[in-house]
Design a protein around this ligand. Structure first.
Ligand SMILES: Nc1ncnc2c1ncn2[C@@H]1O[C@H](COP(=O)(O)OP(=O)(O)OP(=O)(O)O)[C@@H](O)[C@H]1O
Ligand SMILES: [Mg+2]
Length: 274
């Protein structure tokens, strides 16, 4: 099992949308057993599956709240089926906000390792875990990173200052300094409008600054992404042949290649043109 957190301390950059649709491409396209974890007290990811009122009605014992509280719930209590074979959801809840401590470094180590400990219990049940985080590095995101092998940083090509990214890198350093071996898998461009000069310029700048750390594949801005969520679907089931599903597949493929360490490598036996 590999665990991957999507985090940017900036809000509204597409963390939840990317987590949601990628989980579908990884399950349906690659046959992986995927668990999505909603570590954001806004619970947007969970609402994407079940809608706002069903999400509100969840008993905190059936959500990540129970894990963050240190109750060590049984997996069957908090891991729910999504209706897509192979794809499970560990829902978020507003009540989890109580554990989103703004000073995670000052909280006891056990409090930071609740998600890590829980995931160790289900290690054999999943191939990949994707964790969606709130836009801050308080208790919830810290616990997510402490449980993760990798982090992906979704970036919207509009934030001209590199401040957003610098903040994530500082946070990553803070988590690593505590002894957690979480690696940066890459920056993932989201909501890209290739026709906009501003977006092209930003993308160029990002690629020249961070090189191969920037995913080649990216999420274009397309109405189908939010439409699919509004229909309580994955892009792969909403419009499986459309451009949005294709783009999502490309990101999922690259994500797996990056994890396997094969991304950008010339295939063995492939002739390289001189
Ligand atoms: N590729 C896309 N094309 C069109 N709309 C998108 C795309 N990605 C995200 N959106 C929309 O942009 C808005 C913000 O996206 P999302 O909720 O995923 O961001 P977030 O980073 O998770 O936000 P927060 O920081 O509040 O958790 C949502 O309305 C979402 O549906
Ligand atoms: Mg979100």
């Amino acid at each position: 099992m590999r665990t991957l957190t999507l985090l940017n301390l900036k809000g509204g950059v597409g963390k939840t949308s990317s987590t949601h649709h990628l989980s579908g491409a990884l399950t349906l396209g690659h046959g992986l057993r995927v668990l999505v974890v909603d570590a954001d007290p806004q619970a947007s990811l969970t609402q994407g599956w079940w809608g706002p009122s069903a999400t509100m009605d969840l008993d905190p014992k059936q959500t990540i709240t129970s894990i963050l509280a240190g109750d060590m719930p049984s997996p069957s209590m908090v891991i729910h089926e999504t209706g897509i074979p192979g794809l499970s959801l560990l829902p978020g809840a507003e009540a989890a906000g109580w554990y989103n401590d703004s000073r995670p470094l000052e909280s006891p180590r056990e409090a930071r390792e609740t998600i890590r400990e829980f995931l160790a219990e289900v290690r054999d049940d999943f191939d990949l875990v994707l964790i969606d985080c709130p836009p801050n590095l308080y208790g919830c995101s810290f616990a997510a990173l402490a449980a993760s092998d990798w982090i992906i940083v979704p970036v919207q090509p509009e934030d001209y200052g590199s401040q957003g990214i610098a903040k994530v890198l500082n946070s990553l350093d803070a988590v690593r300094a505590e002894g957690y071996d979480v690696q940066l898998l890459g920056y993932l461009l989201t909501m890209v409008q290739p026709r906009r000069a501003l977006h092209r310029a930003y993308e160029e700048r990002l690629r020249s600054a961070y090189g191969t750390l920037v995913f080649d594949a990216r999420f274009p801005e397309l109405p189908e992404f939010p439409e699919a969520i509004a229909a309580r679907k994955l892009i792969q089931t909403y419009k499986p042949k459309g451009a949005a599903a294709k783009a999502t597949k490309a990101v999922a493929d690259e994500l797996l290649a990056r994890i396997a360490g094969t991304h950008g490598r010339v295939e063995e036996g492939t002739e390289v043109a001189a």
